[in-house]
Design a binder for this molecule. Structure first.
Ligand code: FE2
Length: 499
């Protein structure tokens, strides 16, 4: 592998204003359904399919502000591309909590990340009921559109209308209240399934010890394998990676003190404490355990915090994992307002590669890029396999912590970077790579991303040629409104719009 040194342009002043950034955290209460007709450039006719996105659509309940954006009710956006045109639709996931709060016109539930019911600790004491907000990811798998949130059940939606159809229990394999995490990994060719695609996901059941359950679903959406593992201690695990033989989790060094949560003083997420002197534990779980093989292997590495991984793959006895690492967990302060966050005071997410030696149980890591970054994507055929290109949201400036305003393409073989920025008044979300039909080159396709445009207080769907960011956007689709900053989404080649 060649040098990972980046080619960066010097930046002398801040690339954004906080007031502009705050605009993307206003609630969107309206639901839309229209063909997008305000377009710069041209939508490639070969781009056929549907981009689904999920994220908190509401940052308040009838004017009562939420304490943290991660507590916001899930809203699905759907952008359908067909014959050079694009259609937009958005709709809230009708979770039990969303319906109850909209009917009551006030906050009825405690949020995981800091939102409390009005009325102080007395109104919250011994209330352990958390709201399934279905706001983190949305996938189309086994002919089902599913909105995902890691603390609870998936919600199934109609892919045409986005109407909520109810909870999904996968033919009774999952039971009421059992979680189905928001970060499934889709393996394109699963050896165990004769080369058919396979979706791998997990659930975390926290406690004094933690139970991690792994689910593998065939392309019909049926759970065909699942196995549970007990891990000592409290786990805060949001994401994982797979290879053809392993599921790999990073157990971040955090502790959880349940007492302030039980007493109604603090939300659950505010009771998590980062332990800088404790190691991160890397949990390696065989997907298809063989007779006599250890069920779980733990390798320790230095302290740090990972929300998201990018990919992993096996090379002989080694597993290589690419992850976005923070120096510590950005703890949520009870009295703080997330809109007033001091970006410069926080440590940025940075891209690292971990080399695990499964034979001798050692690990070392290498910095791929120190630019502040989050939300990565790769060619879908390479999940769990060696790969060359990754696409990631990045800060405009080369150093320091800042909102994501740019997209970065990294060639892991040559070390080349390609950079496209929406600064100063644009703020980007997760990029999604869509391969061009019948393409052979790994980067032959498009990057789709939502960009909040503070100048017009609206969002754009931007399309870049993934093989050449230097062309700039090849199409910019202006929506009639903004979409609050979202979390994750996915693309399917199926077209869900009535023409
Ligand atoms: Fe995530």
């Amino acid at each position: 592998m060649q040098s990972f040194k980046s080619q960066k342009s010097p930046v002398t002043e801040k690339s954004y204003t906080r007031a502009d950034w705050q605009g993307g955290y206003q609630s969107l209460t309206q639901e839309f359904d229209y063909w997008i007709d305000d377009i710069e450039g041209q939508i490639p006719r070969q781009l056929q399919g549907t981009l689904f996105r999920n994220g908190p659509g509401l940052l308040d309940v009838n004017g009562q502000p939420l304490h943290h954006p991660f507590d916001g009710d899930g809203m699905i956006s759907k952008i359908t591309f067909t014959n050079g045109r694009a259609h937009f639709r958005n709709r809230f996931v009708h979770t039990t909590g969303y319906l109850a709060e909209q009917k009551a016109g006030k906050i009825l539930y405690r949020g995981t990340f800091g939102t409390q019911k009005p009325g102080g600790w007395l109104a919250n004491i011994f209330d352990f009921k958390l709201k399934n907000i279905a706001n983190t990811n949305v996938i189309y798998w086994g002919d089902k559109l599913l909105a995902l949130w890691e603390g609870g059940e998936a919600y199934r939606l109609d892919p045409y209308t986005l109407e909520t159809l109810g909870n999904e229990y996968f033919n009774g394999v999952l039971s009421a209240g059992e979680a189905f995490a928001a970060h499934p990994r889709l393996e394109n060719n699963c050896d165990q399934d004769g080369g058919a695609p396979c979706l791998v996901n997990f659930s975390i059941k926290p406690g004094l010890s933690t139970t991690i359950t792994i689910f593998e679903l065939n392309s019909a959406g049926k759970i065909v394998r699942y196995h549970a593992h007990s891990v000592p201690g409290f786990c805060f695990i949001h994401d994982f990676v797979i290879t053809p033989n392993y599921c790999i989790f990073f157990q971040n060094p955090v502790t959880f003190n349940p007492i302030p949560f039980a007493l109604g003083i603090r939300a659950a997420g505010e009771c998590i404490k980062f332990q800088p002197n404790q190691p991160t534990q890397i949990l390696i779980i065989p997907r298809f355990p063989k007779e006599g093989q250890e069920k779980i292997k733990i390798i320790e590495t230095q302290s740090g915090f990972v929300f998201h991984h990018i990919n992993a793959f096996e090379v002989g006895d080694e597993v290589l994992i690419d992850s976005i690492c923070y120096q510590s967990f950005p703890e949520v302060e009870p009295e703080s307002d997330f809109r007033q966050v001091d970006f410069e005071a926080l440590s940025p997410g940075q891209l690292w590669r971990f080399y695990l030696n499964l034979k001798n149980g050692t690990v070392w890591r290498e910095l791929i890029d120190d630019r502040c970054c989050e939300f990565a994507n790769i060619h879908p055929a390479n999940v769990g396999r060696s790969y060359r290109y990754l696409y990631i949201g990045a800060a405009h400036a080369e150093t320091g912590n800042a909102p994501l305003q740019a997209l970065l393409k990294i060639d892991l073989e040559s070390g080349e970077r390609q950079f496209w920025s929406a600064a100063p008044r644009g703020f980007v979300g997760e990029p999604i790579f869509v391969p061009r039909p019948d393409s052979e080159k790994e980067d032959d396709g498009w990057i789709l991303a939502l960009v909040y445009d503070a100048t017009h207080h609206r969002s754009d769907v931007v399309i870049l040629d993934a093989s050449d960011f230097h062309k700039g956007v090849i199409a910019r689709l202006h929506l009639k409104h903004h979409i609050p900053y979202g979390l994750h989404g996915s693309f399917t080649s199926k077209v869900f719009v009535k023409i």
